[in-house]
Ligand binder design. Sequence first.
Ligand SMILES: *Cc1c(COP(=O)(O)O)cnc(C)c1O
Length: 405
Amino acid sequence: MNAGVKPPFLPYGRQVIEDDDIAAVVATLKGDYLTTGPRVAEFEAALAEATGARHAIACSNGTAALHLAARALGLGAGTTTIVPAITFLASANAIRLHGGDVVFADVDPDTGLMRPQDLTDALARCPGGRADAVVNVHLTGQCGDIAGIQRVAKSAGMRVIDDACHALGTNVRINDVTHRIGGNDYADLTCFSFHPVKTIAMGEGGAVTTSDPDLAKFIARDRSHGMSRDPQSFTQAEDALDGNGEVNPWYYEMAEPGLNYRVPDVLCALGISQLTKLGRFVTRRRALVASYDALLKQLAPHVTPLHRTPNVDPAWHLYVALIDFDALGLSRADVMRRLAAQGIGTQVHYFPVHRQPYYKAMNPNLMLPGAEAYYRRCLTLPLYPSMSTDDVTRVVCALKRAIRG
Ligand SMILES: *Cc1c(COP(=O)(O)O)cnc(C)c1O
């Protein structure tokens, strides 16, 4: 590195916006619709195509997607939903926002993913030994045993919500059949986020996919105040129809109050453009991950890549290294500061959600050893498609200095 020339800062994640993305947004901005317009349905069709989903409903962000999923499945007061402890706050909050109880499951200490046994153990801690649903989080873009999770869920009468905010583009092979995350072969509903650090960026954006037409219909209405303009759904003929039996052009009906979780046409234009690049982005992420894996071998055994689950082709939203800070005699905060001083951004995904003050107050004595062992060692290193292989080398050299220096 040239002395005196500061190399650019590498954040842990960021969007890649290209000229055609900008052109797509500008074209929509010059059109007739800022919010709901033709780009919304076009984006939904493109997302359904990309994931193999029967129905895709776009909404304002991933948290809204999870909240809509909780409402669609009726996970309100008197219900219990199991959520893994290592995830973003929203996976659990979405259930609480609808009034449902959350019971946290432990995770595999080496992947951060909930295993079928973790789900069974959490179920035993639920009131009456029963739960209504499980949120399965595909942390970093990997998946655990989705068939095993579904088996436990089905046998206990639980619905499955996939929190796939990390996993757009991830495939799982089960018995020689490839299943796309979002296709809902092993879930009732799948939620996505298009926040700038996720696999594709819309600024703010989210979506729910499902195979169930009734859930899809509910979510599409709930996203916009619970309003329906579908004449088939009208129940008040005397208000809906004129003297000739024609539908009154102004008329809409609401059976249940909903939210405003609509996503603007302008952002869907960006989403459509970004989705065309999903394959390229995922390929690039996988190549960068392979470079990290190879280079990190120099730092074994105290630094290792996240363990890999079998039969999964992850889209890799995050690159998480497991670092034995105790054995190195270093604090994670010191390592993060030393990396930041070398222009390397890092993060921790995640502080166990059951230890957030709000959840801890509900269950002060809950101990989840897998989540603790994962949390103690995890550090997220920079990963995004516009990084170069040299950037990966730079990160690993900086990490070597940070833990040896
Ligand atoms: C990003 C994320 C969300 C929330 O998505 P937003 O679009 O930021 O609201 C939910 N769950 C997980 C696992 C996430 O990473």
